[in-house]
Design a protein. Structure first.
Length: 327
């Protein structure tokens, strides 16, 4: 019969093993992983990404978001790229992933790589590279992407619905989600800066304008001039109108986001939430005071860190032939 003490010891050892495996997996990623098997992989991805971004710069934001959403569900394993089957719905169908664009860029890069190096490069690695190259192509930072990820075989809609950070999340909820992925409050503040590019439909922030507390009011923590401006664009129940997250420079990667947040003009509650924690508020204020001088370097470091969440390496997972389907 198992005693409570023995059970506790077993569970503790299991936690240590899991932690050790995650650390080992992350350390298995390395620069030059494909140096012998597919040396042109980064140049191929960069070329394909540039072709798309030059024609449609607005794709950079959803491609960055795609990488983020992939890593937060089952780790950076390309699970967000899988299509639904007749038996179950994949992450693509989740509410936070509705309207996600840019899958054609990943598919084009995969196709180009398969012609030169069939069966070698994972879709998860391609997604990580595309996100980096897309941001770099719109005047953003360029960070090293250690490679060696393998593709997962599982993608479940409900996991994405339940686990991805909500645009309405408060600071404690955000810190909890990030902490569960090995990211701290500073990483939260830094990675939130990705909202310097991109757009949103009115729906995700409509309650802030028209029904913040359930009494038909607007969010008092939001600059009321900004509220009036948003109301002029977004009528109640409007689900089609698009609003820039960083008005005026939504296609250029810069540090303007922090100025907006400091002025209480963050579009989502999750943006405004950065002012409700000492660490994240200090980071916001420092970027405003210094003109964002450290933001690019910080973003690069946090992206490298995020890109190693729960990766599959070695013989785990697979190398998909096409990114939308398991082999």
């Amino acid at each position: 019969m198992t005693t409570p003490k023995l059970l506790s010891i077993f569970l503790f050892q299991l936690m240590l093993l899991h932690s050790s495996l995650e650390c080992t997996n992350a350390q298995s990623l390395r620069d030059g992983f494909y140096q012998k098997s597919c040396p042109a992989v980064e140049s191929i991805v960069k070329k394909v990404t540039a072709q798309y971004i030059s024609k449609s710069p607005s794709l950079a934001a959803p491609l960055l978001r795609m990488h983020f959403h992939d890593c937060f569900i089952r780790g950076c394993d390309g699970s967000v790229l899988l299509d639904s089957t007749t038996k179950h719905k994949a992450e693509k169908e989740a509410i936070p992933n509705k309207g996600m664009r840019g899958f054609q860029v990943i598919d084009a890069a995969k196709s180009a790589i398969e012609k030169q190096c069939p069966g070698i490069v994972s879709c998860a690695d391609i997604l990580a590279l595309v996100a980096r190259d897309a941001v770099s192509a719109i005047s953003g930072p360029f960070w090293p992407v250690p490679l060696g990820r393998r593709d997962g075989r599982v993608s479940i809609q409900s996991e994405a619905d339940n686990q991805l950070p909500s645009p309405n999340a408060n600071i404690n909820q955000l810190k909890s989600v990030f902490s569960s992925k090995g990211l701290n409050a500073r990483d939260l503040a830094v990675l939130s800066g990705g909202h310097t590019i991109g757009i949103s439909h009115c729906g995700p922030f409509a309650n802030r304008l028209y029904n913040n507390s359930g009494k038909g009011d607007s969010d008092p923590t939001m600059d009321q001039t900004y509220v009036a401006r948003l109301k002029a664009k977004c009528k109640p129940s409007d689900s089609t109108t698009i609003v820039e997250m960083d008005p005026g420079s939504a296609r250029t990667f810069d540090s303007d986001y922090y100025t907006l947040v400091s002025q209480r003009r963050g579009l989502f509650k999750s943006d405004s939430a950065l002012l409700n924690d000492d660490v994240t508020k200090k980071y916001v204020n420092r970027q405003v005071a210094t003109g964002g001088s450290a933001f690019f370097a910080d973003f690069k470091a946090s992206m490298v860190k995020m890109g190693q969440i729960g990766v599959l390496t070695g013989s785990a997972g697979e190398i998909r032939k096409t990114c939308g389907f398991v082999n």
